[in-house]
Design a protein. Structure first.
Length: 161
């Protein structure tokens, strides 16, 4: 990698603050037994018919589980630098979904955010981490890429490359 010392510091900073963002969200979800996505998703406006499907009695527990543990796993992956390409990709998808869920076109969440809000900024940071192979900057991706098992199974390499 040809990243300068300053760029490596920025990559590490962005990886850690995004890890904190997901882990903090998970701490309010995984460790609070009453958490459910129903309250959040039932108040969507622009795409209400799309999101209300996930609030039905059958789907709500599944969606809640995926959100809770998705946040936790994405945060842990970014913190350790293991499988950052995979977790950041899921993080981008989650941020885009949240952006749509907050939308009251053309405003996002409130009248202070016209079309763009922090979800798109977070998605951009996560894309940057993917492009810069952030798991290789003081992370476990570089170690995992050199494991004998990964070298013997080249289909696994994209997970940590």
């Amino acid at each position: 990698m040809t990243n300068s010392r300053m760029e490596k510091a920025l990559i590490l900073y962005f990886r850690f603050v995004m890890a904190w963002t997901f882990l903090y969200a998970a701490s309010h979800q995984v460790f609070v037994p009453s958490f459910t996505v129903v309250g959040f998703l039932s108040h969507t406006k622009t795409f209400h018919d799309v999101f209300v499907v996930f609030t039905t009695p059958t789907m709500a527990p599944i969606t809640t589980f995926l959100v809770e543990y998705g946040h936790l796993l994405i945060g842990l992956s970014l913190l350790t630098g293991l499988m950052v390409r995979v977790s950041a990709t899921f993080g981008v998808m989650l941020m885009i979904i949240y952006w749509f869920a907050h939308m009251d076109w053309p405003f996002i969440e409130n009248t202070n955010n016209l079309i763009v809000d922090y979800h798109l900024v977070y998605a951009g940071v996560l894309v940057y981490l993917i492009v810069k192979r952030a798991g290789h900057v003081f992370g476990l991706d570089a170690w995992a890429e050199n494991l004998k098992f990964v070298k013997q199974h080249p289909t696994l390499k994209p997970l940590v490359a």
